[in-house]
Design a protein around this ligand. Sequence first.
Ligand SMILES: [Zn+2]
Length: 448
Amino acid sequence: MSDSPSRDVYFNKKMETLQRDEIAEIQRKQFRSTLIRCLSSSRFYINEFKRMGLRLEDIQSIEDLQKIGFFTTKEDLRLNYPYGMLAVPTEQVAELHATSGTTGSPTLGLHTRKDLEDWAEISARSLSMSGLTPSDVFQITPSFGLFSGGFGFYHGARQVGCTIVPSGAGYSQRQIKLMMDLGTTMIAAIVSYSLRLAEVASDMGVDLKKDTRVRKGVFGSEMWTRETKRRISSIWDMDPFDIYGFTELYGPGVGNDCKVHDGLHIWEDFFLVEVIDPKTGENVGPEEEGELVFTTLQKEAMPLLRYRSRDISKMLDSKGGGRGSCCECGRTHRRFGEIRGRTDDMVKISGVNFWPSQVEEIVLREEELGPEYRIVISRVKSVDRVLIEVESKDKNMLESKRSELAKRLEKEIRNHVLFSPQVAIVEPNSLPRVEVGKARRVIDERNK
Ligand SMILES: [Zn+2]
């Protein structure tokens, strides 16, 4: 790791290293003004409070958060599409983004000019934490458009003051060429796309370590396992960083991991985080795992109270109320652990909860296998069948070797997931690739 950040680069040292009581004071004040904003201007929250028989005076402080008694969900945002969640006049909306929804109305993220400035601030803090400096050439490979990825990195990078290469998504060969021609030093990418780029580079006969100057990277939008991280770091010769965020809360930059790589700092002057049991909706104990729930503290256009992220993780630095939190990197904002799964990605197989990441971790440990895999679930005579297809790296891998590897993986996966998958080692480049957006790992054929 020749050029990984050797010192901590703060974007806004004062805010990133606030005393805990200063953070608490900001949260107290901002929570109050968010509530007032919601109850004076957001049709959705005015109705919800009425429905619950709640008044503003019932919620006096952050400690009363659970008294709100309801959550805001993705479904609420869909039902109130496009402007039902808005808390400012429509003409004050400066920019909007939407999730790559599957069917029906998309979920919007609406921003005023100040919201965009705030987004730039948190994104700049996060990118700086990932090593971005004004002297970098920063290539942004997520798409620019309704997806919040490209613009999230862009807004932050503008603040940092580096050279921006807004290459956007797809055209992988052109991406590699730009990297070489322009001397890109840092990339932003969706996790699986960074592996795809490495594949394309190798097809082009490009050695990313020798032929490019890319030595830093920030990746997000998909869950990634330690094994993926290990692969990215060896392919690119870099110390990869993990960025978090989603469209309903700005986009990338909500949280980021620091050089310690033990969880992601969340900017607590912008968000209140609860962790709940996704089944009961009750808050779990300190540092216990559950679904992350966010309340925005600065958002003007679309403030959110208790928004369910569907991401499973836990808040670290939280014992004793998190009062003494300070990471080795010097930042005082609490961290959450890596995202273990999404309630969305979770599939039930023979009645057992399962996340694709559980398979990924095991598959990527095998050096002879490529990063592409696919999980096909079918139902035969009311029994769930799972086929996991993984590509070999070598086209000429012997049949006997393929079946030996498949058997070993079947056994290992079975030990972890409580069902018996069938594993097939397929030829390199035989599984469909995603050039734009997130990888599609699970094909569920049960309800067809
Ligand atoms: Zn840290």
